[in-house]
Design a protein around this ligand. Structure first.
Ligand SMILES: Nc1ncnc2c1ncn2[C@@H]1O[C@H](COP(=O)(O)OP(=O)(O)O)[C@@H](O)[C@H]1O
Ligand SMILES: Cc1ncsc1CCOP(=O)(O)O
Ligand SMILES: [Mg+2]
Length: 262
């Protein structure tokens, strides 16, 4: 079946809810993207907190509205802390999201991500090569980057969604968001977004936050993808390259929806 395009009314409604509820997001993410991730969440009106020590992570994931697990710079110690945080979030029914950075090529993170899949993620957000690898299908990938297209990985995303119960977002030139039976599509963005580190990781944090919103999780996760794509398109028009893209992107996220805010 052809994926449906997420419509503007749904995106605008999700943005309003996002800003109104301002989800508190517990981010356990990689060393490369900490500040950018926090700034993206703040620009959209959410509240990030990076809590990584195991006992604190266990405590905080039960308090926060949503949890992000990103394995970009995984260590054994971090894996233990992440597992404790996931179990604690699950115990109080708080949603958690997986970003399986560079899964497939590297054994430790691949085994860890496979273990996590059994722990009921609310959402999974990744590029095409990562989704293919996570689903156990032949995958490319070059470090943290994809060598596959999102449309190629859509069947893998649908399989993963059915297997885990998560909403799965596979991103790229077009983003596909699926719960295994329904699939939405988000267009927009720009290839320059792949020339700035952390756009995918930050999107996963926004997806995590969107899982704390009421309503249809498939639509809310697709809306998170749409926020990033819309802001990406606007920022590219205002910038000359990767360096000027980052501040323009944060400004565009902040201004999304056309409201004048302070
Ligand atoms: N070729 C492209 N054209 C437009 N947007 C893109 C393109 N590639 C990636 N994006 C956007 O960049 C963001 C990061 O996605 P992606 O590059 O797939 O993740 P990752 O950084 O984890 O590999 C998403 O918002 C996605 O829609
Ligand atoms: C470069 C790098 N190395 C380990 S994690 C990371 C960041 C990846 O960010 P993204 O997946 O958003 O491109
Ligand atoms: Mg990534």
């Amino acid at each position: 079946m052809q994926p449906d395009l997420l419509d503007r009314v749904q995106t605008a409604h999700a943005l309003q809810q996002f800003r109104h509820l301002s989800p508190l997001v517990h981010c356990m993410t990689n060393d490369v993207v900490q500040t950018f991730t926090a700034n993206v969440l703040l620009a959209l009106g959410a509240s990030p907190a990076m809590v990584i020590e195991r006992d604190e992570a266990r405590q905080f994931s039960a308090i926060a509205d949503a949890l992000l697990i990103n394995v970009g710079t995984l260590t054994r110690e971090r894996a233990d802390a992440m597992q404790a945080a996931v179990d604690s979030a699950n115990a109080v029914h708080k949603p958690w999201t997986l970003d399986p950075v560079a899964v497939g090529a590297l054994t430790f993170r691949s085994e860890f991500c496979q273990q996590l899949l059994a722990r009921h993620p609310a959402a999974i957000r990744a590029n095409a090569s990562e989704i293919l690898a996570l689903a156990g299908m032949p995958a490319g990938g070059r470090g943290v980057d994809t060598t596959d297209t999102a449309s190629t990985a859509l069947p893998a995303a649908q399989k993963l969604a059915r297997q885990t119960g998560a909403v799965v977002a596979v991103t790229g030139e077009v983003d596909y968001i699926t719960d295994g039976s329904r699939t939405l599509m988000v267009t927009g963005g720009h290839v320059l977004m792949t020339r700035v580190v952390g756009t995918g990781c930050a999107l996963s944090a926004v997806v995590a936050a969107s899982c704390a919103l009421p309503g249809d999780r498939l639509v809310n996760v697709a809306a998170a993808c749409a926020f990033m794509a819309q802001a990406g398109s606007l920022a590219v028009a205002q910038s000359q390259g990767p360096g000027s893209f980052v501040p323009a992107f944060l400004d565009a996220l902040y201004a999304l929806g056309g409201e004048v805010r302070v």
